[in-house]
Design a protein around this ligand. Structure first.
Ligand SMILES: [Zn+2]
Length: 141
């Protein structure tokens, strides 16, 4: 058996950081029941008050573009160029994620972005690794 005969899978870049609810993808973070802060990616202990009293929290699918850049020299396994961005969600969480299209016209700080899930890279076994990405909200959307 060689590798090419194996069916390739689609796998999340990290288990549990996004889920489907009501037919839509959401980033899944943590909400601390003590200080009420939201955290992403999810944690087991709140880094602000060191309690384990945390719960799963589905985060907003939209946020504001804070900063972004294009990666031309990728780490192993990634295909360059691609864009990465910081997006601020209403839960006061700053998410680091890929841009769906680094060439997207008119990217500017503060613009409204929305979550999509797409291919991040292909692993050594040929599996497609998917994860969160952001794209500008279409006009009028
Ligand atoms: Zn806390």
């Amino acid at each position: 058996m060689d590798d090419t005969s194996k069916p390739h899978k689609t796998l999340p870049i990290k288990e549990g950081i996004f889920k489907i609810k009501d037919g839509q993808y959401f980033l899944v973070g943590t909400r601390c029941k003590s200080c009420r802060r939201h955290l992403y990616p999810p944690v087991e202990i709140c880094p602000f008050c060191f309690v384990r009293d945390v719960e799963e929290a589905y985060l907003s699918r939209r946020g504001k573009l804070q900063a972004w850049t294009v990666v031309w020299v990728p780490p192993a396994g990634f295909e360059a160029p691609y864009g990465v961005a910081y997006v601020d969600l209403p839960e006061k969480v700053r998410v680091f994620a890929h841009l769906a299209d680094y060439k997207a016209d008119g990217l500017k700080p503060g613009m409204e972005m929305e979550l999509v899930i797409g291919k991040i890279k292909v692993d050594r076994e040929g599996n497609e690794i998917i994860g969160p990405k952001f794209r500008p909200v279409a006009n009028g959307g």
